[in-house]
Write a protein that binds this ligand. Structure first.
Ligand SMILES: [Zn+2]
Length: 400
C-alpha cells in the first residue's frame, strides 16, 4: 500500500472507529447488538453459523463479490478481544463513501471476505482464554472436542479461503528481538511440520506478512515481531497451512502507555486493510519470502515492573537481587471492572532484561513479612536507613 494512502488511513481512523465499544472488552450482547445493525446494511450478509457449548450464537459476516476468498476470525481465546473491536472499525470503514472509495471498492469487487468475530463467546463471558469446559480451542484442531473448533474447521472446509487471518492478543512482556521495545504487533506464517518446511502456501503467507510489516513500520518502527514458528500439531494455523490455506496470525501486543489497547486496535485496522489490498493487487509476490526471517523474533525480555539492585537479607547475610514483577489483567464479572494481579515473575540477576517500568534501587533493602518467592503475590516494603521509602502493593510501586 502506498505510503500516502497509509498515512491518510492512519489520520482518518477516528472517523471509522466504532467508539461505542471499548478496545479491551466486549460482551457477547454488545457483539449481537453491533451485528444487528450490520444486518440493516445490504453490503453485509450476516449468518448465524452455529452456537457455542453454552448456546451463545456465533456469526459470520460476509462481504464482497470478488474471486479471492479470505477468512478472518477473532477471539478464539476469550480474553483476547482487541481484534474483535477492530473488525467493527473495519466494517464501518468498508460501508462508508468518501475519498477512500477506490480502496474499498477494489476490496469489495475483487474479494469475498468472511469474518467470524468472537469465536469463543463462552470464554469471553468468563474473560478467560479457554472455552466453557476450560480447554484451549487453539489446541483442539486435531481432536475437535468443542463445538466452536468443529464449527471453525467445517467453515474453512466449506468456504475454502485462499487466506485465513487468525487474530489474537499477546502479553505485554514480549519484545521485538533482544531489545526493550515491546512487540506492538507480532506476526506468524504458521509452519506445517516440525522441520518448518516452506511450501508455496506458507511462502505466500510470509510475503503478505512482509507487506503488513512494511505498512506498519512507519508507525511503530522496531516494534513488530515474528512470532515463534515452533510447530504445534494441535493448533488451527498449523493445520490450515497443511490444508493449503495461507495462514496469517496477528497478535495484538503492547504499545507503551496504551493500556486500553486503543492504539493496537488501530494497528489491527491498518494491518488488515494493507493485507487485503496486497492480496488483491498480488504485489506481495514481488517480495522475497525469506526476508520474513529478518523480522526480529518475538522474545520475552520485559517485566511490567523491574526493580534493580535491591538488598535481600537472609540468614544474617546480604545478597543483591533484582525483582521482576508481572501484572495479570483480570476481569471482575460482578463489579464489571478490570483489576490486576501482580506476582513475582523472577528473582535474581535480571540485568539482561528490561522493565516497562523500572527503577534502580541500589542502596535500598527489601523488607517483607513473608519470603519473596517466584509466582507469589508481589507485596513488600523497600527501606533505607531504617525508614520505609517505597511499598510494592500487588505489583505496583508506590513511594512513601
Ligand atoms: Zn490467543
Amino acid at each position: 500500500m502506498k505510503k500516502e494512502l497509509l498515512n491518510e488511513l492512519f489520520e482518518s481512523y477516528n472517523d471509522y472507529k466504532a467508539t461505542s465499544i471499548r478496545s479491551d472488552f466486549i460482551t457477547h450482547q454488545e457483539l449481537k447488538d453491533k451485528i444487528t445493525l450490520l444486518k440493516q446494511n445490504s453490503l453485509f450478509t450476516v449468518e448465524q453459523i452455529g452456537k457455542s457449548i453454552e448456546r451463545r450464537e456465533i456469526y459470520s459476516i460476509k462481504l464482497g463479490k470478488g474471486k479471492t476468498k479470505v477468512l478472518a476470525w477473532s477471539q478464539m481465546h476469550g480474553d483476547e478481544p482487541t481484534a474483535t473491536t477492530a473488525l467493527f472499525d473495519l466494517f464501518s470503514f468498508l460501508s462508508a463513501n468518501d475519498s477512500f472509495d477506490s480502496l474499498r471498492n477494489s476490496i469489495l469487487q475483487n474479494s469475498e471476505i468472511h469474518f467470524i468475530p468472537m469465536m469463543n463467546p463462552d470464554g469471553a463471558a468468563r474473560y478467560q482464554r479457554e472455552n466453557a469446559f476450560n480447554i484451549d480451542l487453539n489446541r483442539d484442531a486435531l481432536r475437535f472436542q468443542s463445538d466452536e473448533s468443529q464449527l471453525l474447521w467445517k467453515y474453512t472446509e466449506k468456504f475454502k479461503p485462499e487466506f485465513g487471518f487468525n487474530l489474537h492478543d499477546q502479553n505485554s512482556y514480549y519484545t521485538a528481538g533482544r531489545s526493550n521495545n515491546p512487540s506492538a504487533i507480532s506476526l506468524l506464517a504458521p509452519p506445517m511440520d516440525h522441520v518448518k518446511s516452506i511450501n508455496y502456501t506458507r511462502e505466500k503467507s510470509m510475503q503478505v506478512i512482509l507487506k503488513i510489516r512494511e505498512a506498519l513500520e512507519q508507525f511503530i518502527p522496531g516494534q513488530i515481531a515474528r512470532y515463534s514458528d515452533d510447530y504445534e500439531p494441535r493448533a488451527f494455523g498449523d493445520n490450515l497451512t497443511r490444508a493449503g490455506i495461507g495462514e496469517i496470525l496477528i497478535e495484538s501486543g503492547f504499545y507503551r502507555n496504551d493500556y486500553n489497547k486503543d492504539f493496537v486496535r488501530k494497528l489491527n485496522f491498518i494491518s488488515l486493510l494493507a493485507a487485503f489490498e496486497t492480496i488483491i493487487e498480488k504485489d506481495y509476490e514481488k517480495l522475497f519470502y525469506a526476508d520474513y526471517f529478518e523480522i526480529p523474533g518475538n522474545m520475552q525480555m520485559l517485566f511490567d515492573l523491574l526493580l534493580r539492585n535491591l538488598k535481600l537479607e537472609f540468614n544474617g547475610r546480604n545478597f543483591i537481587v533484582d525483582v521482576g514483577i508481572n501484572r495479570t489483567k483480570k476481569y471482575n464479572l460482578q463489579k464489571l471492572e478490570f483489576y490486576y494481579e501482580g506476582t513475582i515473575a523472577e528473582l535474581g540477576d535480571l540485568s539482561v532484561f528490561y522493565g516497562i517500568e523500572e527503577e534502580n534501587l541500589e542502596g535500598y533493602s527489601i523488607q517483607s513479612e513473608s519470603e519473596l518467592k517466584v509466582d507469589e503475590p508481589a507485596n513488600f516494603q523497600i527501606i533505607k536507613d531504617g525508614e520505609t521509602k517505597y511499598e510494592v502493593v500487588n505489583g505496583f510501586l508506590k513511594s512513601r
